[in-house]
Ligand binder design. Sequence first.
Ligand code: MHO
Length: 212
Amino acid sequence: HDVNVSTKQASFAMACFWSPDCIFGVTPGVIRTRVGYTGGVTQNPTYRKLGDHTESILIEFDPQTISYKQLLDIYWKNHDPTSKMKRQYTSLIFYHDNEQKKIAEDSFKEQEKIFSQSLVTEILEASTFYDAEDYHQKYRLRQHPWLCKAVDLHSGTDFKRSHLAARLNGYVYGQGTIKQFNEEVEKLGINETVADFVRTLIIKNEGQGLTC
Ligand code: MHO
């Protein structure tokens, strides 16, 4: 279920975390994703008791394949950084080192010009990332129990550590393309029956707008 390449981390908050889990999950160069709560000071938040945290995604990416700047471009494209939301759903960028901080600040300025209005987005230093409950991890994939079982993702599997789960979670919800899927289906190691099931969902959902 996993692949062995060395990765870097990036994390973002961009409203409900189910959608970025799908979007980044199929992004080439993204190896793993997890959703959780961060940005605040409340100890051990949960979905029901978030405190001052924000729904966020933590991405493990292969910097040889995708750059931090490219991840930021996807981040901006997939939420509205001008809309003022409650803390749970606000727009945040968490930098993991000074290089990311600089790139994030530059890209923020670029976006301000594009929107020609002020953005609610805050750029914060990455701090403790509290993993969300298992049922939130690859939420869209979990709505297909037959598929999960067929690829041996079960209740004992850590969906946060599975490259395959990240990919399938996006594909089943119409992110990624048939072409991309066919190109990597062999590498993902799934059989033809399963692949056809996923293809049906890609075709049905491809390009659908994500609400949450
Ligand atoms: N509308 C969704 C939001 C879930 S999200 C992870 C719900 O109420 O379940 O914030």
